[in-house]
Design a protein around this ligand. Structure first.
Ligand SMILES: Nc1ncnc2c1ncn2[C@@H]1O[C@H](COP(=O)(O)OP(=O)(O)OP(=O)(O)O)[C@@H](O)[C@H]1O
Ligand SMILES: [Mg+2]
Length: 321
């Protein structure tokens, strides 16, 4: 079982509108209303990949009921902490003609200290029956910036490897609890190390520092350029996806996390974990909707992901010595 924390779960409304412009009036060509939030995207792709998954977080009001019921009816276990305020709605307007995405994000609920305590206790119980844990995305107002660090600590105590995909303070403050895997994208990694990074050298150097600080695996996603993984025991890799027609890149990082988690559950070798991660991310980019990619699309892309070992020179040098 994989437990996924989606602390900022809400309802995503995605509208497809051609030639969208500010001040216009539109009937969307297509509308999708679905549970949303980074962790939910991860859970959806895990389900697609055949992994048993339970998703937790906060859910309130009609939106909270909608998201819980919708997840359950699509076969994903939902075990949220009920909250007093309404879960948020996020609107995305996808314009295929202009290649733009416009987002309107509600600020979302303020959670109370006792609701956060209930989440801590739920996390504790869920991890007793989990082989792997994922924390993805931001957290609502009312949550301490130290919460993810605490939850990483719990996972460590319960021996559940944890993948953390968060950014800014929530990520920075969780690092001392040593999540097994972190998955920043390039700009998140740059903000973490407070500087511009070149690809691949700067990304590799930053990854090495984080691994030196006790993170086992740093996977930095690079959009169309794939992902670079720096690891403690499995070397340094760059996985590049094939060229695809991009429909929507939102949630591609979440799909990548799901692919990595699924391959980890199957105890695949490290390079195969990264391959499935990048195939899932790319399948998401080629599909309308976040986390809506199919198993067939992922399988089709899998052999097309190119893997290159970036520490081959270092390896050869150490073999010579
Ligand atoms: N334009 C693209 N073409 C091919 N693959 C892509 C593209 N954009 C994203 N991907 C795939 O998805 C993975 C993750 O993408 P990205 O780096 O954009 O994640 P992210 O910024 O964390 O996204 P999000 O947080 O919205 O989920 C990439 O490593 C790559 O495999
Ligand atoms: Mg991301």
């Amino acid at each position: 079982m994989i437990t996924v924390l989606c602390a900022n779960a809400g309802v995503d409304k995605t509208y497809e509108v051609e030639n969208f412009a500010v001040g216009g009036f539109y009937h969307p060509r297509r509308t999708i209303t679905a549970p949303g939030g980074k962790g939910i995207n991860v859970a959806r792709v895990l389900k697609t990949l055949g992994q048993p998954v339970v998703v937790t977080g906060f859910a309130g009001g009609n939106n909270g009921r909608f998201l819980t019921q919708h997840l359950r009816s699509s076969g994903i276990q939902a075990d949220f902490v009920p909250i007093g305020e309404e879960s948020r709605v996020v609107i995305s307007i996808i314009d295929g003609a202009q290649g733009t995405q416009t987002r309107v994000d509600e600020v979302g609920p303020l959670v109370t200290p006792s609701e956060v305590d209930r989440l801590r206790r739920k996390w504790d119980r869920l991890l007793d029956r989990s082989d792997l844990a994922v924390i993805a995305g931001s957290a609502p107002r009312g949550v301490s910036l130290d919460l993810y660090g605490e939850l990483v600590e719990t996972a460590r105590k319960k021996k559940a490897p944890l993948i953390l995909d968060a950014h800014d303070e929530l990520l920075a403050r969780a690092l001392s609890a040593r999540p097994v895997v972190i998955k920043p994208n390039l700009s998140e990694l740059q903000r973490l190390v407070n500087g511009q990074l070149s690809v691949p050298d700067g990304v590799v150097e930053a990854g090495k520092q984080l691994v030196g600080d006790g993170i086992n695996v740093v996977v930095t996603s690079l959009g169309a350029r794939g992902a670079i993984a720096v690891t403690d025991k499995h070397g340094i890799w760059w996985a590049r996806p094939p060229k695809v027609k991009v429909v929507n890149s939102v949630g591609s990082g979440d799909a990548l996390v799901a692919g990595f988690a699924a391959a980890s559950m199957e105890r695949k070798p490290f390079d195969e974990r990264l391959r499935l991660a990048v195939a899932a991310g790319t399948a998401n980019a080629a599909t309308f909707g976040a986390g809506a990619c199919s198993e067939q699309e992922i399988s089709k892309l899998l052999p097309e992901v190119k893997l290159k070992r970036l520490d081959a020179v270092e390896q050869a040098e150490s073999a010579e010595q």
